[in-house]
Design a protein around this ligand. Structure first.
Ligand code: 5GP
Length: 116
């Protein structure tokens, strides 16, 4: 799949669209999800222009996982959830809606359903 540089996450990374930023480093950008599935739902974006995991370099993938771990730990400290889901989707059939690689960090509380 070819990468569209006008996707919303590319615009956020270029500062052309707003976001609630949590942190960033040379390789990744962490922000709150605009339609959270639970309180504290956040995203890690790669700064590499890649639509999906198959196009992402192994180095960028490793940086994403490092940042996902950093964010999951921070959320664990801040919100003390009962669990945290780290997920990532590839292709519309898999549920991907923004075609720029990102990881979801979704805090979960026992017995609480995800928001639609
Ligand atoms: P996907 O299904 O592609 O893995 O998830 C895309 C995620 O990006 C969704 O959870 C959606 O709520 C979130 N999202 C879509 N547009 C924006 C936006 O403009 N800003 C932020 N912060 N999140 C967005």
């Amino acid at each position: 799949m070819s990468y569209d540089p006008n996707n919303i996450f590319a615009k956020i990374l270029r500062g052309e669209a707003p976001s609630i930023k949590l942190f960033e480093d040379e390789h990744t950008y962490a922000m709150m999800d605009i339609m959270p599935q639970s309180e504290g739902h956040a995203l890690i974006l790669t700064k590499e222009p890649a639509a999906n995991l198959f196009e992402l370099s192994p180095e960028a993938a490793a940086h994403c996982i490092q940042s996902a771990q950093r964010l999951a730990k921070a959320i664990g400290k801040a919100l003390a959830p009962d669990g945290v889901v780290v997920s990532q989707f590839n292709g519309a059939a898999a549920g991907q809606t923004v075609f720029h690689v990102h990881f979801h960090i979704v805090p979960r509380r026992a017995g609480e359903a995800l928001r639609a």
